[in-house]
Design a protein around this ligand. Structure first.
Ligand SMILES: Cc1ncc(COP(=O)(O)O)c(C=O)c1O
Length: 414
């Protein structure tokens, strides 16, 4: 049955038929029924580097025990918005523990990192005339927060502190939005220069630490703490579905902000809050994260190993300065070939394409974790080596960009 017939048979209205047609043309057009985002199913012997469980804490027996115990104990619990949580609710107590550990005055737990970012930006700049500056590579949830606030973003070039400074000069101080580690390619925000500059010019800072909480800084307290910028960065957010291996989002904020947020942010008011077993799971994980220096050291070692070896093979991965490596094959269907070539060798990363990347810069993202064995690491490198010729890696646009940059002696961003 053709795509057209399939859609007609569903009885969609004309305006939706066109949209689904366009989607199918893009996602399933290699003519062989292959899906752009999903390849073959992985087996347990394969190397899984698609999950953001950086410290390999998902399924930790102590977390599971806590969760089972609360599920067995609690005969009933409330399904309701965070607006109604009282001060003694375990979720509020955990928010205080998070705030204290991360050196913040207040903390808010949300249903996801997406809900945290969208709700936060909405509550901070909605109905104001504050300009909102955002790094071009910032996570989609931050852009959507700006939309939700009905504001127009003022984007600055990725990691370009001077460009940001010029834009602040032109538009005046406002909200500056960045990620600490960028989720597409593992590049790291130059916080050391950016934060004092933007703060000094009167801006309010929001740093999304999804990919650095738990993995960076003393005991995993993140990059803002590592640089001692707690007082200059007013808002920190994070998805707790990365190193914290849970299903939640976190906002670290000034004292008193939490109540304002819970009663004015739309994702907080109009969507139910977390469940008790999720709260106890995160509480246990927080304890584990504090004591996870060995896992953090192993993560760094695994990251360095893969960065060095994959870079030596000629791939352009210079942007990767943390536990994310992007193999940027470019056009979407080249990325499918890359995915299939890796998967046939037992290596499972994630396809990143529009809207997560520009259409011509799609990639396979490898998310490194502390639990990878030496054998698995070598297997990844071997697979990357085997496909260099098969997939014509030297002729990828990203490879050529790297060669041009090296020839021009361009300095890497520290
Ligand atoms: C930087 C960043 N912020 C926010 C999010 C959203 O987090 P969640 O998956 O918890 O909604 C993600 C997840 O993809 C992310 O990478």
């Amino acid at each position: 049955m053709s795509t057209d017939d399939r859609i007609k048979n569903k009885g969609y209205p004309t305006f939706l038929t066109q949209k689904i047609d366009d989607y199918n043309d893009r996602i399933m057009t290699d003519g062989q029924g292959h899906h752009l985002m999903r390849g073959r199913a992985a087996s347990k012997d394969d190397v899984h580097i698609c999950s953001n469980d950086y410290l390999s804490l998902a399924n930790h027996p102590q977390v599971i025990d806590e969760q089972i115990s609360i599920l067995n104990q609690q005969s009933e619990y409330m399904l309701m918005s965070a607006v109604f949580l009282d001060d003694q609710n375990p979720q509020i107590l955990l928010e205080n523990q998070f705030a204290e550990f991360f050196g913040s005055k207040d903390g808010i737990l949300c249903q996801s990192g997406y809900a945290a970012n969208v709700g936060l930006i909405q509550t901070v700049v909605e109905n104001t005339n504050a300009p909102v500056f955002i790094d071009l590579y910032a996570h989609m949830s931050l852009w959507d927060g700006i939309k939700m606030a009905d504001q127009t973003p003022i984007p600055f070039r990725h990691n370009d502190v001077e460009h940001l400074r010029q834009l602040i000069m032109r538009h005046g101080p406002g909200l500056v939005v960045v990620d600490s580690v960028y989720s597409t390619n593992g590049s790291v925000c130059p916080l050391r220069e950016l934060v004092p500059m933007a703060h000094g010019m009167g801006c309010t800072l929001l740093v999304d630490e999804s990919h650095s909480l738990g993995t960076h800084g003393p005991q995993g307290r993140g990059m803002v703490v590592e640089y001692g910028f707690e007082d200059m960065v007013m808002f920190r957010t994070a998805s707790l579905a990365k190193a914290f291996a849970g299903r939640a989002g976190l906002i670290l904020c000034p004292e008193g902000f939490a109540d304002y947020f819970k009663c004015t942010s739309k994702p907080s008011i109009f969507s139910s809050t977390m469940l008790p077993y999720e709260v106890v799971g995160l509480q246990k994980t927080l304890e584990l994260i504090k004591d996870a220096d060995d896992r953090r050291a192993q993560l760094r070692q695994n990251t360095r190993f893969l960065q060095n070896h994959i870079s030596d093979l000629g791939y352009s991965i210079d942007d990767s300065q943390a536990q994310i490596i992007a193999l940027e094959s470019g056009p979407e269907w080249d990325t499918i070939r890359l995915r299939d070539a890796l998967e046939s060798r037992g290596i499972f990363g994630s396809v990143f394409c529009a809207p997560a990347t520009a259409k011509t810069r799609s990639l396979i993202r490898l998310s490194i974790n502390s639990g990878l064995t030496e054998m698995q690491l070598h297997r990844v490198v071997r697979a990357c080596r085997e496909i260099v010729t098969e997939l014509d890696v030297p002729n990828w646009k990203s490879t050529k960009r790297k060669a041009r940059a090296q020839a021009a002696g361009v300095r890497k961003i520290a």
